[in-house]
Design a protein around this ligand. Structure first.
Ligand SMILES: [Zn+2]
Length: 149
């Protein structure tokens, strides 16, 4: 997967986020603009990994917005957790959603990636990456940043 957040591969380790939270919405918009300009082909952006597609279809959380590529109401959000300390849970899909809380209580630090997937055309893009675990409070903000206000 490129650092842009396109083409999320759930079987590989994604790029490490640069901070406690990384928002990929700018990169997402850039991908859509590039597609409209013709710099990117539909096949470049609608290439959801079979595993990702399967997770989106079975347990993805429906998103309100239409797909930016095919305009269908077929967008799903899938979350994955990665971290060396997670051991066998490294790279697993967050399901049910409450499982994330359980993991956060058991592990010091890991990263939760939220991916947007269209189960119709295969569009997929990272939405955000959040640090989680005991070192971080439940909203994903480290304690020291929280005190600053
Ligand atoms: Zn679509």
């Amino acid at each position: 997967m490129t650092r842009s957040g396109r083409s999320f591969d759930p079987t590989g380790m994604p790029p490490l986020p640069a901070g406690p939270t990384v928002d990929y919405s700018l990169a997402r918009r850039a991908s859509i603009v590039a597609l409209k300009r013709g710099t990117l082909a539909t096949t470049d952006v609608c290439d959801a990994h079979p595993e990702l597609m399967r997770a989106a279809k079975n347990i993805g959380e429906p998103l309100d917005a239409p797909c930016p590529i095919c305009s269908h109401s077929t967008l799903r959000k899938v979350r994955y957790v990665y971290g060396d300390g997670l051991k066998h849970n490294n790279g697993r899909v967050v399901y049910p959603p409450e499982w994330l809380k359980e993991l956060s209580g058991k592990h010091d630090e890991f990263t939760c990636y939220a991916v947007e997937v269209c189960i119709d055309c295969g569009w997929n893009h990272l939405l955000r990456a959040d640090s989680a675990g005991r070192r971080f409070v439940s909203d994903g903000t480290p304690d020291k940043q929280r005190k600053r206000g």
